[in-house]
Design a protein around this ligand. Structure first.
Ligand SMILES: Nc1ncnc2c1ncn2[C@@H]1O[C@H](COP(=O)(O)OP(=O)(O)O)[C@@H](O)[C@H]1O
Ligand SMILES: [Mg+2]
Length: 352
Protein backbone atom coordinates (compact mmCIF):
# COMPACT_ATOMS: atom_id res chain seq x y z
CA UNK A 1 0.00 0.00 0.00
CA UNK A 2 1.19 3.48 -0.80
CA UNK A 3 2.34 5.59 2.12
CA UNK A 4 0.16 8.59 2.63
CA UNK A 5 2.95 10.50 4.35
CA UNK A 6 6.70 9.96 4.32
CA UNK A 7 9.15 12.00 6.36
CA UNK A 8 12.81 11.60 5.49
CA UNK A 9 15.64 12.82 7.69
CA UNK A 10 13.81 15.94 8.82
CA UNK A 11 15.73 18.24 11.14
CA UNK A 12 14.50 21.56 12.49
CA UNK A 13 16.45 24.34 14.19
CA UNK A 14 15.11 27.35 16.08
CA UNK A 15 18.24 29.51 15.91
CA UNK A 16 20.94 27.25 17.30
CA UNK A 17 18.47 25.03 19.18
CA UNK A 18 17.75 21.74 17.43
CA UNK A 19 14.08 20.87 17.93
CA UNK A 20 14.02 17.86 15.56
CA UNK A 21 16.91 15.53 14.82
CA UNK A 22 16.69 13.43 11.63
CA UNK A 23 13.10 12.28 11.90
CA UNK A 24 12.08 9.36 9.66
CA UNK A 25 8.50 8.26 9.50
CA UNK A 26 6.25 6.47 7.01
CA UNK A 27 2.49 6.51 7.49
CA UNK A 28 0.35 4.13 5.38
CA UNK A 29 -2.93 5.34 3.89
CA UNK A 30 -5.80 5.38 6.40
CA UNK A 31 -3.68 4.89 9.52
CA UNK A 32 -4.14 6.74 12.79
CA UNK A 33 -0.67 7.66 14.03
CA UNK A 34 0.03 9.40 17.32
CA UNK A 35 3.09 11.49 18.13
CA UNK A 36 3.59 10.95 21.85
CA UNK A 37 6.11 12.49 24.21
CA UNK A 38 6.58 14.99 27.02
CA UNK A 39 6.11 18.71 26.54
CA UNK A 40 8.93 20.22 24.48
CA UNK A 41 9.99 17.02 22.65
CA UNK A 42 9.05 18.43 19.23
CA UNK A 43 5.57 17.04 18.51
CA UNK A 44 3.98 20.34 17.51
CA UNK A 45 7.04 21.28 15.48
CA UNK A 46 6.78 18.06 13.46
CA UNK A 47 3.03 18.48 12.97
CA UNK A 48 3.48 22.06 11.75
CA UNK A 49 6.15 20.93 9.31
CA UNK A 50 3.71 18.34 7.95
CA UNK A 51 1.00 21.01 7.65
CA UNK A 52 3.44 23.41 5.98
CA UNK A 53 3.21 26.15 8.63
CA UNK A 54 6.91 25.63 9.37
CA UNK A 55 9.79 24.82 7.07
CA UNK A 56 12.63 22.45 7.90
CA UNK A 57 16.33 23.04 7.29
CA UNK A 58 17.01 19.43 6.39
CA UNK A 59 15.03 16.53 5.01
CA UNK A 60 11.93 15.95 2.93
CA UNK A 61 8.21 15.64 3.46
CA UNK A 62 6.26 13.59 0.88
CA UNK A 63 2.53 13.12 0.48
CA UNK A 64 2.32 9.94 -1.59
CA UNK A 65 5.34 10.34 -3.85
CA UNK A 66 4.99 14.11 -4.16
CA UNK A 67 7.65 16.25 -2.48
CA UNK A 68 5.82 18.87 -0.38
CA UNK A 69 8.64 20.99 1.09
CA UNK A 70 7.86 24.01 -1.09
CA UNK A 71 4.08 23.58 -1.24
CA UNK A 72 2.24 26.22 0.85
CA UNK A 73 -0.13 25.00 3.61
CA UNK A 74 -3.34 25.92 1.78
CA UNK A 75 -2.30 23.72 -1.15
CA UNK A 76 -1.46 20.66 0.97
CA UNK A 77 -4.99 19.30 1.38
CA UNK A 78 -4.65 18.90 5.13
CA UNK A 79 -6.94 20.02 7.95
CA UNK A 80 -5.77 20.85 11.47
CA UNK A 81 -7.92 20.43 14.56
CA UNK A 82 -6.70 22.52 17.51
CA UNK A 83 -7.04 22.38 21.26
CA UNK A 84 -8.39 25.92 21.23
CA UNK A 85 -11.02 24.91 18.63
CA UNK A 86 -10.31 28.16 16.69
CA UNK A 87 -14.01 28.74 16.03
CA UNK A 88 -15.52 32.06 14.92
CA UNK A 89 -17.43 33.21 18.02
CA UNK A 90 -19.98 35.28 16.15
CA UNK A 91 -20.76 32.68 13.47
CA UNK A 92 -23.22 29.83 13.82
CA UNK A 93 -22.17 26.20 14.00
CA UNK A 94 -23.34 25.78 10.41
CA UNK A 95 -21.28 28.76 9.20
CA UNK A 96 -18.24 27.64 11.15
CA UNK A 97 -18.30 24.25 9.47
CA UNK A 98 -19.09 25.71 6.05
CA UNK A 99 -16.04 27.95 6.34
CA UNK A 100 -13.82 25.01 5.38
CA UNK A 101 -15.78 24.48 2.17
CA UNK A 102 -15.52 28.14 1.19
CA UNK A 103 -11.76 28.06 1.80
CA UNK A 104 -11.52 25.05 -0.49
CA UNK A 105 -13.77 26.68 -3.09
CA UNK A 106 -16.27 23.84 -3.08
CA UNK A 107 -19.31 24.81 -5.26
CA UNK A 108 -22.00 26.50 -3.17
CA UNK A 109 -24.84 24.16 -4.11
CA UNK A 110 -23.02 21.26 -2.38
CA UNK A 111 -22.50 23.10 0.92
CA UNK A 112 -25.76 22.28 2.67
CA UNK A 113 -25.53 18.55 2.06
CA UNK A 114 -21.84 18.33 3.03
CA UNK A 115 -22.24 20.40 6.21
CA UNK A 116 -25.25 18.37 7.29
CA UNK A 117 -23.40 15.14 6.66
CA UNK A 118 -20.45 16.31 8.72
CA UNK A 119 -22.73 17.48 11.52
CA UNK A 120 -24.44 14.13 11.61
CA UNK A 121 -21.12 12.31 11.73
CA UNK A 122 -20.04 14.19 14.86
CA UNK A 123 -23.47 14.13 16.53
CA UNK A 124 -24.29 17.82 16.13
CA UNK A 125 -27.51 17.40 14.17
CA UNK A 126 -30.02 20.10 15.10
CA UNK A 127 -27.43 22.50 16.57
CA UNK A 128 -26.59 24.30 13.30
CA UNK A 129 -27.95 27.69 14.31
CA UNK A 130 -26.23 27.90 17.71
CA UNK A 131 -23.16 30.06 18.35
CA UNK A 132 -20.04 28.48 19.87
CA UNK A 133 -20.71 30.08 23.27
CA UNK A 134 -24.03 28.24 23.40
CA UNK A 135 -22.21 24.90 23.21
CA UNK A 136 -20.35 22.77 25.75
CA UNK A 137 -16.60 22.24 25.38
CA UNK A 138 -17.18 18.80 23.93
CA UNK A 139 -19.62 20.17 21.36
CA UNK A 140 -17.21 22.95 20.38
CA UNK A 141 -14.53 20.33 19.80
CA UNK A 142 -16.99 18.43 17.59
CA UNK A 143 -17.62 21.58 15.52
CA UNK A 144 -13.89 21.92 15.08
CA UNK A 145 -13.69 18.27 13.98
CA UNK A 146 -16.63 18.70 11.61
CA UNK A 147 -14.96 21.72 10.01
CA UNK A 148 -11.90 19.55 9.33
CA UNK A 149 -13.68 16.53 7.89
CA UNK A 150 -16.21 18.47 5.81
CA UNK A 151 -13.53 19.09 3.17
CA UNK A 152 -12.43 15.41 3.17
CA UNK A 153 -8.75 16.29 3.45
CA UNK A 154 -6.01 13.89 2.56
CA UNK A 155 -4.51 14.24 6.04
CA UNK A 156 -6.23 15.06 9.32
CA UNK A 157 -3.92 16.72 11.83
CA UNK A 158 -4.66 17.06 15.55
CA UNK A 159 -2.64 19.02 18.10
CA UNK A 160 -3.70 17.98 21.61
CA UNK A 161 -7.35 18.52 20.67
CA UNK A 162 -8.79 17.25 23.96
CA UNK A 163 -6.63 19.13 26.48
CA UNK A 164 -9.38 21.56 27.43
CA UNK A 165 -11.93 18.86 28.22
CA UNK A 166 -12.44 17.09 31.54
CA UNK A 167 -11.32 13.48 31.88
CA UNK A 168 -14.69 11.82 31.21
CA UNK A 169 -15.36 13.90 28.15
CA UNK A 170 -11.85 13.31 26.81
CA UNK A 171 -12.49 9.58 26.80
CA UNK A 172 -15.78 10.05 25.02
CA UNK A 173 -14.59 12.48 22.35
CA UNK A 174 -11.45 10.48 21.56
CA UNK A 175 -13.64 7.48 20.72
CA UNK A 176 -15.73 9.72 18.46
CA UNK A 177 -12.64 11.09 16.71
CA UNK A 178 -11.45 7.56 16.06
CA UNK A 179 -14.85 6.44 14.74
CA UNK A 180 -15.12 9.35 12.34
CA UNK A 181 -11.55 8.84 11.10
CA UNK A 182 -12.21 5.12 10.51
CA UNK A 183 -15.50 5.78 8.80
CA UNK A 184 -13.89 8.21 6.36
CA UNK A 185 -10.61 6.31 6.04
CA UNK A 186 -8.60 9.54 6.24
CA UNK A 187 -4.99 9.26 7.41
CA UNK A 188 -4.59 11.01 10.77
CA UNK A 189 -1.60 12.38 12.67
CA UNK A 190 -2.48 13.07 16.28
CA UNK A 191 -0.30 14.84 18.85
CA UNK A 192 -0.65 14.17 22.56
CA UNK A 193 1.46 13.96 25.74
CA UNK A 194 -1.18 11.68 27.30
CA UNK A 195 -0.03 8.05 27.07
CA UNK A 196 -3.45 6.59 27.92
CA UNK A 197 -5.00 8.62 25.10
CA UNK A 198 -2.29 7.41 22.72
CA UNK A 199 -2.89 3.77 23.65
CA UNK A 200 -6.64 4.16 23.23
CA UNK A 201 -6.77 5.92 19.89
CA UNK A 202 -3.82 4.85 17.74
CA UNK A 203 -2.90 2.28 15.12
CA UNK A 204 0.69 3.28 15.79
CA UNK A 205 2.39 5.29 18.49
CA UNK A 206 5.50 7.27 17.63
CA UNK A 207 7.19 7.85 20.97
CA UNK A 208 9.47 10.90 20.94
CA UNK A 209 12.14 12.30 23.23
CA UNK A 210 14.13 15.50 22.74
CA UNK A 211 13.55 15.81 19.00
CA UNK A 212 14.01 12.12 18.18
CA UNK A 213 11.82 9.09 17.64
CA UNK A 214 12.57 6.48 20.28
CA UNK A 215 10.06 3.79 19.29
CA UNK A 216 7.44 3.56 16.56
CA UNK A 217 5.11 0.60 17.06
CA UNK A 218 1.51 -0.46 17.66
CA UNK A 219 0.07 0.23 21.15
CA UNK A 220 0.44 -3.35 22.40
CA UNK A 221 4.09 -3.53 21.41
CA UNK A 222 4.80 -0.10 22.91
CA UNK A 223 3.24 -1.18 26.22
CA UNK A 224 4.37 -4.81 26.41
CA UNK A 225 7.66 -4.68 24.53
CA UNK A 226 9.07 -1.18 25.03
CA UNK A 227 12.52 -0.86 23.48
CA UNK A 228 14.02 1.27 26.25
CA UNK A 229 13.66 2.36 29.85
CA UNK A 230 12.43 5.69 28.53
CA UNK A 231 9.45 4.17 26.71
CA UNK A 232 8.73 1.67 29.51
CA UNK A 233 8.61 4.48 32.03
CA UNK A 234 6.67 6.97 29.92
CA UNK A 235 3.89 4.53 28.99
CA UNK A 236 1.86 3.14 31.87
CA UNK A 237 3.15 2.31 35.33
CA UNK A 238 6.37 0.38 35.60
CA UNK A 239 8.77 -1.24 38.04
CA UNK A 240 12.18 -0.70 36.46
CA UNK A 241 15.23 -1.75 38.47
CA UNK A 242 18.85 -2.62 37.70
CA UNK A 243 19.71 -6.29 37.18
CA UNK A 244 22.58 -8.42 35.94
CA UNK A 245 22.32 -11.21 33.40
CA UNK A 246 23.51 -14.38 35.14
CA UNK A 247 22.97 -16.83 32.32
CA UNK A 248 21.09 -17.26 29.08
CA UNK A 249 19.88 -20.12 26.92
CA UNK A 250 18.28 -18.82 23.74
CA UNK A 251 15.53 -16.46 24.86
CA UNK A 252 15.58 -17.76 28.46
CA UNK A 253 17.46 -15.69 30.99
CA UNK A 254 18.34 -15.83 34.66
CA UNK A 255 18.54 -12.37 36.21
CA UNK A 256 19.78 -11.15 39.57
CA UNK A 257 18.25 -8.03 41.08
CA UNK A 258 17.04 -6.55 44.36
CA UNK A 259 13.85 -8.60 44.04
CA UNK A 260 15.93 -11.81 44.02
CA UNK A 261 16.84 -14.24 41.25
CA UNK A 262 14.25 -14.20 38.47
CA UNK A 263 13.72 -16.17 35.28
CA UNK A 264 12.76 -14.21 32.20
CA UNK A 265 11.83 -15.09 28.64
CA UNK A 266 12.58 -12.24 26.25
CA UNK A 267 13.08 -12.89 22.54
CA UNK A 268 14.10 -9.28 21.91
CA UNK A 269 17.00 -9.21 24.36
CA UNK A 270 20.48 -9.43 22.85
CA UNK A 271 22.43 -9.13 26.12
CA UNK A 272 24.92 -11.80 27.16
CA UNK A 273 25.77 -13.20 30.63
CA UNK A 274 27.69 -10.69 32.71
CA UNK A 275 25.83 -7.72 31.20
CA UNK A 276 24.29 -5.06 33.42
CA UNK A 277 20.69 -4.36 32.43
CA UNK A 278 17.33 -3.13 33.70
CA UNK A 279 14.26 -5.23 34.13
CA UNK A 280 10.66 -4.17 33.71
CA UNK A 281 7.69 -5.64 35.54
CA UNK A 282 4.25 -4.07 35.13
CA UNK A 283 2.26 -3.88 38.40
CA UNK A 284 -0.65 -5.85 36.94
CA UNK A 285 1.63 -8.76 36.00
CA UNK A 286 2.28 -9.53 39.67
CA UNK A 287 -0.03 -11.98 41.42
CA UNK A 288 -0.19 -13.33 44.96
CA UNK A 289 1.70 -16.63 45.27
CA UNK A 290 3.03 -19.06 47.85
CA UNK A 291 6.62 -18.49 49.00
CA UNK A 292 8.89 -20.75 46.97
CA UNK A 293 6.83 -20.49 43.75
CA UNK A 294 8.68 -19.83 40.50
CA UNK A 295 9.74 -16.18 40.37
CA UNK A 296 8.48 -15.50 43.89
CA UNK A 297 9.14 -12.00 45.24
CA UNK A 298 8.67 -11.56 48.98
CA UNK A 299 8.42 -8.24 50.77
CA UNK A 300 6.43 -6.08 53.17
CA UNK A 301 3.44 -4.00 52.13
CA UNK A 302 3.86 -0.30 52.85
CA UNK A 303 0.70 1.18 51.41
CA UNK A 304 -2.37 -0.56 50.05
CA UNK A 305 -4.86 1.67 48.25
CA UNK A 306 -8.32 0.52 47.22
CA UNK A 307 -8.85 1.93 43.71
CA UNK A 308 -12.21 0.39 42.91
CA UNK A 309 -10.94 -1.78 40.08
CA UNK A 310 -7.66 -2.88 41.75
CA UNK A 311 -5.70 -2.81 44.97
CA UNK A 312 -2.74 -0.55 44.24
CA UNK A 313 0.16 -1.23 46.59
CA UNK A 314 3.73 -0.25 47.27
CA UNK A 315 5.80 -3.07 48.69
CA UNK A 316 9.27 -2.95 50.18
CA UNK A 317 11.48 -5.76 48.84
CA UNK A 318 14.97 -5.75 50.32
CA UNK A 319 14.91 -1.95 50.46
CA UNK A 320 13.69 -1.58 46.87
CA UNK A 321 10.15 -0.49 46.07
CA UNK A 322 7.80 -2.74 44.12
CA UNK A 323 4.44 -1.54 42.88
CA UNK A 324 1.74 -4.15 42.44
CA UNK A 325 -1.86 -3.96 41.27
CA UNK A 326 -3.98 -6.97 42.08
CA UNK A 327 -7.67 -7.72 41.86
CA UNK A 328 -9.82 -6.28 44.61
CA UNK A 329 -11.14 -9.71 45.69
CA UNK A 330 -7.84 -10.15 47.52
CA UNK A 331 -7.44 -8.90 51.06
CA UNK A 332 -4.01 -7.43 51.74
CA UNK A 333 -3.17 -5.35 54.80
CA UNK A 334 -0.49 -2.70 55.22
CA UNK A 335 2.83 -3.49 56.91
CA UNK A 336 2.39 -7.22 56.43
CA UNK A 337 4.54 -9.83 54.66
CA UNK A 338 3.42 -10.64 51.14
CA UNK A 339 4.67 -12.85 48.31
CA UNK A 340 4.05 -12.20 44.63
CA UNK A 341 5.13 -14.03 41.54
CA UNK A 342 5.50 -13.00 37.92
CA UNK A 343 5.50 -15.19 34.81
CA UNK A 344 8.89 -15.28 33.07
CA UNK A 345 7.44 -14.02 29.79
CA UNK A 346 6.08 -10.96 31.61
CA UNK A 347 9.54 -9.70 32.48
CA UNK A 348 11.23 -7.44 29.91
CA UNK A 349 14.97 -6.96 29.86
CA UNK A 350 16.07 -3.49 28.81
CA UNK A 351 19.44 -1.87 28.34
CA UNK A 352 20.75 -0.34 31.55
N1 LIG B 1 9.28 29.47 17.67
C1 LIG B 1 10.17 28.87 18.48
N2 LIG B 1 11.34 29.46 18.77
C2 LIG B 1 12.26 28.86 19.56
N3 LIG B 1 12.09 27.67 20.13
C3 LIG B 1 10.93 27.02 19.89
C4 LIG B 1 9.90 27.59 19.07
N4 LIG B 1 8.87 26.73 19.02
C5 LIG B 1 9.23 25.68 19.78
N5 LIG B 1 10.45 25.84 20.31
C6 LIG B 1 11.17 24.88 21.16
O1 LIG B 1 11.29 23.66 20.47
C7 LIG B 1 11.06 22.55 21.30
C8 LIG B 1 9.93 21.71 20.76
O2 LIG B 1 8.74 22.46 20.83
P1 LIG B 1 7.33 21.84 20.43
O3 LIG B 1 7.43 21.25 19.07
O4 LIG B 1 6.30 22.90 20.65
O5 LIG B 1 7.18 20.67 21.50
P2 LIG B 1 5.88 19.84 21.98
O6 LIG B 1 4.77 20.13 21.04
O7 LIG B 1 6.33 18.42 21.95
O8 LIG B 1 5.59 20.28 23.37
C9 LIG B 1 10.81 23.13 22.69
O9 LIG B 1 12.01 23.08 23.42
C10 LIG B 1 10.38 24.54 22.42
O10 LIG B 1 10.74 25.37 23.50
MG1 LIG C 1 2.86 20.95 21.41
Amino acid sequence: MENSLTIKNVSKFYGSFQALDKINLAVPEGQFVTLLGPSGCGKTTLLRIIAGFLSCEEGEVYFGDRLMNDVPPEKRDTAMCFQSYALFPNKSVYENIRFGLRMHKVPKEQHKKLVEEAMEMVNLTGLGSRRPYELSGGQQQRVSLARCIVVRPRLLLFDEPLSNLDAKLREKVRVEIRQVQRQLGITAIYVTHDQAEALAISDRIVTMSAGRIVQNADPRTIYERPNSKYVADFIGTANIIPCSVESREGDRFVLKCAYGTLRAIDRDCTLQPGAQASLLIRPEDLFLAAPGSENAITGTTRTVVYMGNVLDMFVDVNGTSLRAGITKENVVTENAPVTFAVKPDRIRILEA
